[in-house]
Design a protein. Structure first.
Lengths: 439, 585
């Protein structure tokens, strides 16, 4: 960026840590951007004439006489329709070889929506995956993460969900993506012919970790443009939020803040909420839906990152390998979509809630039967049937490779009920049984 | 002459200001920016440096920006027109704000200055009055909203004049009072009060004793809360905290409900905005929204205002209590409030306590809970603020500072349990770990023996024993297997299951089951306990299973039917014949 005449240049840095620089400067605004030898940095603390900057690219090799130029503004993104189909880095600079985007310059991390102006979410998002559509239905304006161990195929499932959801725009915010995963996303979107609907902000593992802190705000600023100005339905994919939180803890650590649980900053909840709460249904039809990934270590959901996330998001999706069928399934017990009540049986067929609950309850009976078996107790005839049912239910409905419409999922449910159980054992409301039971 | 200052330092939303005059702790200050001004509060003073927490984003604030100190603490406006409003944490009316997004520095007035109210005088010239005495009343959504002697008035006053019955705006003079020095002071329908100070304009605060019906059986019957009582609901995410809280705020037999949505999901508040104007108050038939005040500081709204929001809500609750009303205040969640305290304490570089929370966390929580209570007003009437807060313990671990500090002060403890939620046993309140201290109050025992029956508390304690024994037996069956224990053990287990399914579990989404009046709770509890007292004959454990499932199904159908309706009686008769099958004649 060319230096402008009125910009002051400072060349005396008094303190350097791994992520921050401190120098004497005057007339500087809080959260203002600066360039230190060409690297972007942001003001995080001012005491008198001492200004502390967080350097996104890391401070390796920065000399005490580096040139510091203050830019007089907070981080911004130029928004316009030209964003569609493009790939950017964490600063919003093109990385696909294309030209700079022209448009209105907006500060990222803008204000929140007034709660009284929000609309209650009510539009169903169909993904074809029964583990989601049938048991944990997604709704536009919702925010929901995948809780998954790093070895699970969450990025694949997310790409699949993104392509099948009928969103006007899909915005990918990649934080600490491996280069392979980044190329995977690019290929999948390209092959699907969906590139013109996709906008990506990517920080790969090759980039400095602190840069990641900008990615969600960049992605959501673009999302707000399309959802508010164009009334479009926008789906934002954020992967991996655990790496985002790790970057937060790095910065707070360098600033000598006292860590709270699991070495995370005390403000973790607010920091995450600020991002996730951007999910909204606007009154004029536009919406922002956020699907995120939070990787777990050894499935531990009590760690500060998944724990705080769970309190913020509207449910969570768990992936698990079902060893009985050798496929990855959406775990029906630990997954939850808090907003599904707003659409199931209303926007979908009337029998949806009952079929969903009954199928899961019978699956739970199978789990009990399995425990009994493992503990060496005898199985009853009912136990045997639940086990056979569980296998087929898992294969035909829970597996992530399923791609069918909601009505077909419900019909499959009724098929399985009739195949393995009597009407009394299923215990569904009589009117529905009369209408849907398969003889 | 107001004190002025200039900005000397900025650390996130903590700003250091050099001042030119006196400032007081918790005084309100505004930072002036070219395009707007930002509200803040003094939280620490060291020499010339005053530390203020800003209730908004400090983006763009510079060293040298001017600051103006206002000479008063964070206050709310109290007067008719508060009911059914949606405020933010600083009592700005959210509906009056323009645009979809919240704008920094957009402060809107809490009350409507132009609306005309039908005023009816209650005091007359010559009366001697003190702070909080009633001068007149207006009708606010069907509630008699009392116009009181402002709480800040000290000493005794004589009423010089009160306006006649008629229509007035809130800022019109409605009375003139004379103080002991003979000076006249004018009184309007609005007064202001600093939120961090409790309103203590009452004669006496006895131990609370009157049952506050919530219609939720596992609360009213098993662990009751009382008018002016305190309770808290800790639970990991996904255990139904919000559904339970919404159920209580919809059904509780209160005149006024204040909901502080403190640092939680915005869509949950939207649910209240959407539903409450449609739903009916089960006690008056008016719309629920008419008795409700919402203080919304959702998780993405400024953190410092989150701390203020619970105090704002409590002050409004105390105001309505002074009118002799039954107020219920709910805060979801007090953990987010504690986190806001932690963030600030961290920036102030205070030495941290456990989990980096401030050292005085438990004192702050205790002081807050102490503001609830049942009171006798100066005129002998009663009023109450019942407070129920939720706690979101990190990782579901109840040994964390917020839960532990709250446990010391709240008298009712409703522990939401993950395993109950997983098995869809809602509300997921664990009946054995939870408690209500009020069950031990002789005042409550006396009240409830008149209201229901002298044997009530013994009956409730017996229920708890049956549940406990049921749990013990269930653990044994898990270890030894179904046929490893006597049949009698299975019967004991299933008796506790009857209580669980019929009394504890309740369908918050079923029109009839969601709300159970105490008389009906009494009836069903006795029905269930009769079953627990009966001797049944069984050959083997598989019979026990099927038989009790039938009993439970029958009793559940009764729960789903209108009380004492034809349908209800039909199921009741069926139950009698089922019981006859196996009880010793």
């Amino acid at each position: 960026m060319a230096t402008k005449a009125f910009q002051k240049i400072y060349t005396k840095i008094s303190k350097i840590t791994k992520a921050t620089c401190t120098l004497k400067a005057e007339g500087i605004g809080n959260e203002e951007l600066a360039e230190i030898d060409g690297r972007l940095a942001q003001v995080v603390k001012i005491i008198g004439d001492e200004v502390t900057l967080q350097v996104f690219g890391g401070t390796e090799g920065i000399p005490t006489n580096a040139e510091v130029v203050f830019l007089g503004k907070a981080p911004t993104l130029k928004v316009s329709d030209q964003l569609a189909g493009r790939f950017f880095d964490a600063f919003g600079k093109p990385i696909d070889g294309g030209p700079e985007v022209e448009g209105e310059e907006r500060e990222i991390g803008g204000p929140s929506v007034n709660p009284v102006r929000r609309k209650q979410p009510s539009e169903l998002i169909a993904t074809g995956i029964a583990g989601i559509d049938l048991n944990n239905t997604l709704v536009s304006g919702q925010k929901i993460p995948f809780f998954a161990d790093p070895d699970q195929p969450f990025n694949q499932v997310m790409a699949m969900v993104a392509l099948r959801a009928k969103a006007d725009k899909i915005i990918l915010g990649g934080m600490g993506l491996t280069n392979d995963d980044y190329l995977y996303f690019k290929n999948v979107f390209d092959n699907a012919g969906a590139l013109d609907r996709i906008i990506s902000f990517v920080n790969t593992t090759e980039n400095p970790p602190v840069e990641r802190l900008l990615v969600p705000d960049m992605a959501l600023t673009a999302a707000e443009y399309f959802a508010v100005e164009k009334n479009e339905s926008v789906l934002v994919l954020l992967t991996d939020m655990t790496l985002f939180a790790d970057a937060l803890s790095i910065v707070s650590n360098r600033m000598d803040q006292i860590p709270s649980k699991d070495s995370m900053p005390g403000s973790l909840y607010s920091d995450l909420a600020k991002i996730y709460e951007k999910a909204v249904q606007f009154p004029d039809g536009g919406s922002i839906t956020i699907i995120a990934v939070t990787t777990l270590s050894g499935g531990d959901i009590t760690h500060a990152i998944p724990d705080n996330t769970g309190y913020i998001t509207e449910g969570q999706l768990f992936l698990r390998r079902d060893t009985d069928i050798g496929k990855v399934i959406v775990d029906p017990f630990r997954s939850l979509s808090r907003l599904k009540q707003l659409v199931i049986g209303e926007k979908t067929r009337e029998d949806h809630p009952q079929v969903m609950n009954t199928a899961v309850r019978l699956f739970a009976d199978a789990a009990n039967a399995k425990t009994k078996l493992e503990n060496g107790f005898d199985l009853t005839d009912y136990d045997e049937r639940t086990l056979a049912y569980a296998k087929e239910y898992s294969n035909k409905l829970l597996a992530i490779d399923v791609n069918i419409g909601t009505d077909e999922m419900l019909d499959t449910g009724w098929d399985l009920f009739a195949k393995y159980f009597s009407k009394e054992e299923v215990g569904i409301k009589q009117v529905l049984v009369d209408k849907y039971w398969k003889n | 002459m107001l004190t002025k200052g200039i900005v000397k330092g900025i650390i996130s939303n903590l700003v250091i200001v050099e001042v030119d005059g006196p400032v007081s702790q918790n005084e309100i200050a505004y930072i002036k920016l070219p395009e707007t001004k930002l509200m803040s509060e003094v939280i620490k003073v060291i020499g010339k440096n005053t530390y203020i927490q800003v209730f908004e984003s400090t983006r763009g604030v510079k060293v040298g920006d001017p600051v103006e100190f206002m000479g008063y603490m964070l206050e709310v406006s109290l007067g008719p027109g508060i009911l059914s409003r949606n405020y933010d944490g600083l009592q700005n009316d959210l509906d009056k704000m323009e645009g979809v997004f919240l704008k920094r520095g957009d402060y809107t007035s809490a009350l409507d200055d132009e609306k005309l109210w039908d005023f009816k005088p209650l005091a007359k010239a010559g009366d001697t009055v003190v702070a909080a005495d009633w001068l007149g009343e207006v009708d606010e959504n069907g509630q008699p909203h009392k116009i009181m002697v402002p709480f800040v008035f000290e000493g005794v006053y004589t009423v010089k004049s009160v306006v006649e019955k008629g229509q007035y705006k809130i800022n019109d003079e409605v009375a003139v009072l004379t103080n002991s020095d003979g000076d006249n002071v004018s009184v309007t329908m609005v007064q202001r009060w600093p939120v961090k100070q409790p309103i203590k304009a009452y004669r006496d605060k006895p131990r609370p004793f009157k049952l506050l019906e919530t219609g939720v059986r596992t609360i009213d019957t098993i662990n009751p809360i009382v008018e002016g009582g305190t309770g808290f609901i800790p639970g990991p995410f996904g255990t139904g905290k919000t559904v339970l809280q919404h159920a209580i705020s919809k059904q509780a037999e209160a005149d006024i409900v204040v909901i502080a949505a403190c640092g939680e999901r915005a869509n949950e508040v939207v649910e209240i905005f959407t539903e409450f104007p449609e739903l009916e108050d089960p006690h008056t038939g008016r719309k629920l929204m008419e008795r409700t005040i919402i203080i919304a500081n959702t998780s993405n709204m400024p953190v410092a205002a989150r701390e203020a929001s619970v105090y704002t809500a409590m002050t409004l609750a105390e105001y309505y209590r002074s009118m002799g009303l039954k107020v219920l205040m709910m805060a979801d969640s007090t953990s987010r409030w504690a986190q806001a305290l932690r963030e600030m304490s961290n920036r102030l570089e205070e030495l941290p306590g456990q989990d980096a929370f401030p050292m005085d966390l438990s004192a702050i929580i205790a002081n807050f809970y102490a503001r609830a209570g049942f009171v006798y007003l100066n005129n002998g009437q009663t009023g109450s603020v019942t407070f129920i807060g939720t706690v979101s313990p990190a990782g579901g671990n109840l040994k964390e500072p917020v839960t532990e500090s709250t446990k010391k002060v709240a008298r009712c403890f409703y522990a939401l349990q993950q395993s109950r939620a997983d098995s869809k046993r809602y509300p997921a309140i664990n009946p054995i770990d939870s408690y209500s201290k009020y069950l031990e109050y002789p005042e409550y025992a006396e009240y409830i023996s008149k209201r229901i029956d002298p044997d009530w508390i013994d009956l409730v304690n017996e229920v708890k024993t049956v549940l406990l024994r049921g749990q013990e037996v269930s653990e044994q069956i898990n270890i030894l297997g179904d046929d490893g224990v006597p049949v009698e053990y299975h019967v004991r287990f299933w008796k506790s299951e009857v209580i669980d399914f019929v009394i504890l579990q309740q369908d918050a989404f079923d029109k009839i089951d969601m709300l159970t009046p105490i008389e009906r709770q009494d009836y069903m509890l006795r029905k269930v306990m009769d079953i627990c007292h009966s001797d049944f004959k069984f050959e083997n454990f598989t019979e026990v299973d099927t038989y009790f499932k039938r009993i439970i199904n029958n009793l559940k159908q009764m729960n789903y039917s209108e009380f004492e309706s034809e349908k209800f009686k039909k199921y009741e008769e069926e139950l009698v014949s089922i019981l006859k099958e196996r009880t010793a004649a």
